[in-house]
Design a protein around this ligand. Sequence first.
Ligand SMILES: C[S@@+](CC[C@H](N)C(=O)[O-])C[C@H]1O[C@@H](n2cnc3c(N)ncnc32)[C@H](O)[C@@H]1O
Length: 251
Amino acid sequence: MGVTSSDLYDETDAQRYDEDNVSVSTPEVLNPMLDVLAELAHAGKVLEFASGTGRITVPLVNRGLDVAGIELSPHMTAKLREKMPPGRLPVVVGDMATATAPDVGNYSLVFLVFNTISNLRTQAEQVACFRNAARHLRPGGRFLIELWVPQLQRMAPDLHLAPVQFETNGHLVFDTYDLASQECMSHHYRPQPDGSVRYGSGRFRYLWAPECDLMAQLAGLELESRWADWSRSPFTSASPSHVSIWRKPEH
Ligand SMILES: C[S@@+](CC[C@H](N)C(=O)[O-])C[C@H]1O[C@@H](n2cnc3c(N)ncnc32)[C@H](O)[C@@H]1O
């Protein structure tokens, strides 16, 4: 596989990431996630694809887990390094669709959260990512994904645009969709203290849970659980996102 289709998080993105994501870095948000991940790890090795600045991996290591990461951006990894040294949390800077972490084949859990499978913007790379996860797992190990459900029902049809989020701090998000190619672009508008608005965008390939299941099947993985959230609520047609877990067969 050649060069990744993912947008690269540059130094500015890395500098802003933790501050922009304060609302999803609180103990109230993180603890239910960390509880599930720790339980699924069964005290074995854990690998995060797209480990970023360590929002999840650093607290997992602090809970005593044996964790590694694969992350495309050296800038995001440099921010993680300000929090934890490589001896405690090894990170391979590379593409999660192709890169190899130490102890490949020995992980009890590989996880990919915060919708990041969609940062791979071709179907072929998303399939490769599932295969790469399966390759890293020990027999009986699990691959977990947290992914939003494309909100096409919210779309203004003539505009191909859907409102996604409006937070009390004024942070506004719209997504634009190209239905033919399954491409999506998120547009973020963040009010600044000086009264200006900072615009940022990200490009994604959206996919539904059943397409994930097909990719898992191609990678030799079997669906074990699908929840609407980290407290294991049932996934329904109204659920805006899902947490899905596939298992690598023992034999
Ligand atoms: C929304 S952030 C999530 C970071 C972290 N998982 C978290 O939950 O805070 C997305 C991350 O995915 C990384 N990323 C994007 N494409 C990638 C790829 N092909 N391989 C590895 N990492 C990738 C970005 O550099 C960025 O750090």
